[in-house]
Ligand binder design. Structure first.
Ligand code: AP5
Length: 224
């Protein structure tokens, strides 16, 4: 079967992480979420983490040169030889161009850029109620996807916290950054004929089902 090289696109809180976790289980592919990678780097106070922290706290994007190398390195890894899932990368046109160059250099192609589309007011509602596992980044929602025990991750037992950048003012800035810098990628990938879109405002299981359907169509049409 041809490799599946999948990009998850969408505004903050659209469900990229939630659906990415399911896709990772279903397709048994490595899943690279740049937000998780950067938060781990901040926690370790590595050089990348020190460079990224102030941008992340404000809800700004970290500079392209900080993140591009990190992802190009991951997709070359042996574990990604049958495909990969990218969540949160690319997020700017220069990042998308860098990914294209790297894929071309490796003799590989992107299969699908999947846009999980959600309106801004729903983003605010979702991020306001999100709880994130400090250990492994699993996500829950106090109303839409509550953990069995309040404050405790169902998957690994880690503590659930409110992310630093899930404050109202930072959420607003993240949305602005998305519309200004990331949304142009919708047209970019439409132009390459690999954009597929799902309605992310529906329930978790309905969105997962729609994604399965879109990937099945892509496979039938020979894109995957
Ligand atoms: P990142 O962690 O990638 O943040 P994001 O894109 O803003 O995405 P989120 O993690 O907030 O949301 P999500 O779409 O994964 O939604 P989730 O599944 O959690 O990046 C953080 C920061 O890192 C950036 O601001 C930037 O500074 C930096 N960064 C990262 N990548 C970068 C890059 N490439 N370039 C430059 N800077 C970069 O769901 C949200 C909530 O909704 C959860 O509570 C969930 O339970 C709930 N939910 C999910 N789906 C549904 C549903 N269908 N119905 C109801 N509730 C739902």
């Amino acid at each position: 079967m041809p490799e599946l090289n999948l990009i998850l696109l969408g505004p903050p809180g659209s469900g990229k992480g939630t659906q990415g976790e399911r896709l990772q289980d279903e397709h048994r592919l490595p899943y690279y979420a740049t937000g998780d990678i950067l938060r781990a780097a901040v926690k370790d106070q590595s050089e990348i983490g020190r460079k990224a922290q102030e941008y992340m706290d404000r809800g700004d994007l970290v500079p392209d040169d900080v993140i591009i190398g990190v992802i190009c390195e991951r997709i070359q890894d042996e574990e990604a030889s049958d495909g990969f899932i990218l969540d949160g990368f690319p997020r700017t046109v220069p990042q998308a161009e860098a990914l294209d160059s790297e894929m071309e250099r490796l003799g590989r192609t992107l299969s699908v850029a999947l846009l999980i589309d959600v309106p801004d007011d729903e983003v605010v509602r979702r991020l306001g109620g999100r709880r994130t596992c400090v250990e492994q980044g699993h996500v829950f929602h106090v109303e839409f996807d509550p953990p069995a025990e309040e404050g405790v991750c169902d998957v690994c037992g880690g503590e659930l916290i409110v992310r630093e950048d899930d404050r109202d003012d930072v959420i607003r800035n993240r949305l602005e950054q998305y519309h200004e810098k990331t949304e142009p990628l919708v047209v970019y990938y439409e132009g390459k004929g690999i954009l597929r879109k799902v309605d992310g405002a529906r329930g978790l299981d309905e969105v997962a089902e729609e994604i399965r359907g879109e990937l099945a169509i892509a496979r039938a049409e020979g894109e995957v």
